[in-house]
Design a protein around this ligand. Structure first.
Ligand code: PA5
Length: 442
């Protein structure tokens, strides 16, 4: 069961962090609406209230893709890909595509505009049987729309228009947007991003579930884990792990800890941390406020970022996600000559050694002035990850409300898009284009 340990963080606080009134109000807003952005709280009850028919369609589509494709190309950006990638890598490994398995490779494109990155995946799948899952809630985002052009054309070249249409799965708005119109016109199977669920809170909808299921992860267990945490998070009081986490990180922020490092001693967690960064960064970073979310992979980054964490500017707090040991542990072998002097470790599992590294790092960083919060996430399996996802989402909603912002909008994301469209000559942006070119001296 997921727990939060704040004992290595609260000594950094001079006043009590337990503002019951503020948390209770934030919890009411999440549960019943009434707070900022409350038309986007559909994710709060999702693990219980999800569309069972669509879920069954997701499972059927995943089976079909597993049966007819060697690869699935997932096209999406931000909330439309990070969760799926996080779960697949955390449970299936960052080397998932290299592993021997009976599920398709999963490639992520359309999360940038790099020609090299797009071509690489294009070349990897062009001689294979593949399907595409194009994901965009708005249906108008440039990066995935551009990538989709390439992979749609490739599929049509390989399988003809009708054959391609059977291999394209579109996850988008129920009724609006260019992707929805295109999907209807071309006859793609579509899945819905519910109106009241924003991109970064959508991993437990078809957005995340279809690619995750294709990779062979048990999405029923993922939802069950989320439902378990949902039941715990809806309760009021400081035995609720989301209350603990939101309250302590908020108090640390007010005490000057402006940057939160999410750390994990499992490298497979890297993309879960990327998902977490988007979740918290887009939810809190507005109105001139918000903790800056960053992440580190330990122990690797102790050899690159460790110096700063230990002795740099004291603006950091650290949240460490710990998992229970995996069953299949490697054991350090005995060496007769002991040339490296490591026989004192012989017979120990890597988890035992990693645990001492975790505890040693914890104490060092706390002594160095970095408050540590520990999230014990249980087993690194689908159920455990579902629980962790919901916990972070719920705590994020609470944190945004405690901060006084709307945790469900992202107005700042538009600024670069408007400039890009203007510079690319999109019709309607002519005046802005001229202004920007003058600023660039063109
Ligand atoms: O959280 C969000 O809403 C955003 O990060 C979106 O997920 C991202 O911009 C992609 O948008 P869309 O799914 O509309 O293409």
């Amino acid at each position: 069961m997921l727990t939060v340990d704040v004992s290595k963080a609260t000594p950094f606080l001079s006043a009590s962090y337990e503002d019951e009134r503020a948390l209770s109000e934030a919890a009411d807003w999440l549960q019943n609406g009434g707070g900022k952005g409350d038309d986007f709280i559909g994710w709060v009850h999702l693990p219980e209230n999800y569309d069972r028919d669509e879920f069954a369609r997701i499972e059927r589509a995943a089976k079909r893709i597993q049966g007819d494709s060697e690869a699935l190309v997932v096209i999406g950006i931000g909330g439309s890909y990070l969760g799926a990638r996080g779960v697949i890598e955390c449970l299936g490994s960052p080397n998932y595509n290299l592993k021997k398995k009976d599920t398709p490779n999963v490639y992520f494109v359309g999360n940038g505009l790099s020609s090299a990155a797009t071509r690489e995946i294009y070349d990897l799948v062009k001689d294979a049987d593949f399907s595409v899952n194009v994901i965009s809630k708005s249906g108008t985002t440039t990066e995935p729309a551009v990538a989709f052009r390439f992979f749609k054309a490739l599929l049509e070249e390989k399988y003809g228009k009708d054959g391609a249409a059977k291999r394209i799965y579109a996850t988008t708005d129920r009724a609006r947007g260019a992707l929805k119109s295109l999907a209807d016109a071309e006859g793609y199977e579509t899945f819905v991003v519910p109106d009241d669920v924003g991109g970064r809170y959508s991993v437990l909808t078809a957005v995340g579930l279809l690619p995750i299921a294709v990779a062979g992860v048990d999405i029923r267990a993922l939802m069950a884990g989320a439902a378990e945490t949902m039941a715990r998070c809806r309760g009021k009081g400081f035995d609720n792990p989301a209350w603990q986490y939101a309250a302590v990180r908020g108090a640390l922020y007010r005490a000057g800890k402006k940057v939160e490092l999410l750390a994990c001693f499992e490298p497979s967690f890297r993309f879960m941390a990327e998902w977490w960064k988007q979740l918290y960064g887009e939810s809190e970073g507005k109105d001139g406020r918000g903790i800056f979310p960053a992440s580190v992979d330990f122990t690797a980054d102790l050899h690159s970022m460790g110096q700063y964490i230990q002795q740099g500017e004291r603006m950091l707090m650290e949240t460490v996600v710990r998992f229970d040991p995996d069953d299949d542990q490697m054991v350090v072998p005995h060496d007769a000559r002991d040339g490296d002097g490591l026989n004192f470790l012989a017979g120990k599992t890597l988890h035992e050694i990693n645990t001492q590294a975790m505890d040693g790092t914890l104490l060092a960083h706390v002594e160095g002035g970095v408050p540590n919060l520990i999230v014990r996430a249980g087993k690194r399996d689908a159920r455990g990850l579902g629980a962790l996802i919901y916990f972070f989402e719920y705590a994020c909603g609470l944190s945004g409300y405690l901060l006084g912002v709307n945790p469900f909008d992202q107005p700042g994301v538009e600024a670069y898009k408007k400039n890009m469209f203007a510079l690319l000559g999109k019709p309607g942006y002519e005046a802005r284009g001229a202004e920007l070119r003058a600023k660039l001296g063109r």
